[in-house]
Design a protein around this ligand. Structure first.
Ligand SMILES: [Zn+2]
Length: 188
């Protein structure tokens, strides 16, 4: 069954937001667990043929889960459907807020320039990312968005959180895609 874009987004929204009252606690010590959820999202994305990047947005004050997502670039044929953008969009719409000043983002890969700009626009409090991305990253590499004079909000940044596992997931995904006999259309 084909779904209109709005229906797909509504379903994603239902799946992403655990509690509309913000009562679903991720953890009181909330640093390790959100990255676990982000890794779980990344693996779920890989099963759909998406580059395994997962993102989780939590309320930094109490650890409440605001949204979780993996990339949807392939499934939606949308080059902008990166996990970070999706969690920001879902949380902002659900909360009715254009700025998420208490929110912390956990993402398995260094955000690209587009997502870094969105993080700045959304005024996120903290950014935790896993693997560094020398080819496509926009935080520690390339345009270094947060260091530009035209960037008006820089979150606190922690890079390399669970870096080994996040990087391994990406490496395995691309190794499988390159493996002989692994047909591109073999994902069903
Ligand atoms: Zn991105």
């Amino acid at each position: 069954m084909l779904l209109a874009g709005a229906d797909i987004f509504a379903r994603l929204l239902d799946r992403c937001v655990v509690s509309r009252h913000g009562a679903a606690m991720v953890s009181r010590v909330h640093r390790p667990l959100p990255m676990e959820l982000a890794l779980h999202e990344a693996r779920a994305g890989a099963e759909l043929g998406e580059v395994p990047v997962g993102a989780v947005l939590v309320d930094g004050r109490n650890g409440a889960l605001l949204a979780r997502a993996h990339n949807r670039v392939e499934t939606w044929s949308d080059p902008t459907a990166h996990a970070e953008l999706l969690v920001i969009q879902v949380a902002a719409r659900r909360l009715g807020l254009k700025r998420l000043v208490e929110a912390d983002l956990y993402v398995t890969l260094e955000p690209c320039a587009m997502c870094a700009a969105a993080i700045s626009l959304a005024r996120l409090r903290r950014l935790y990312f896993g693997a560094y991305d020398p080819k496509g990253g926009g935080v520690d590499h390339g345009p270094r968005i947060f260091e530009q004079p035209t960037c008006h909000h820089r979150p606190e940044i922690v890079g390399g959180l669970e870096e080994t596992r996040c990087a391994a997931l990406l490496r395995e995904f691309f190794a499988l895609r390159r493996a002989p006999g692994e047909a591109e259309d073999g994902r069903g």
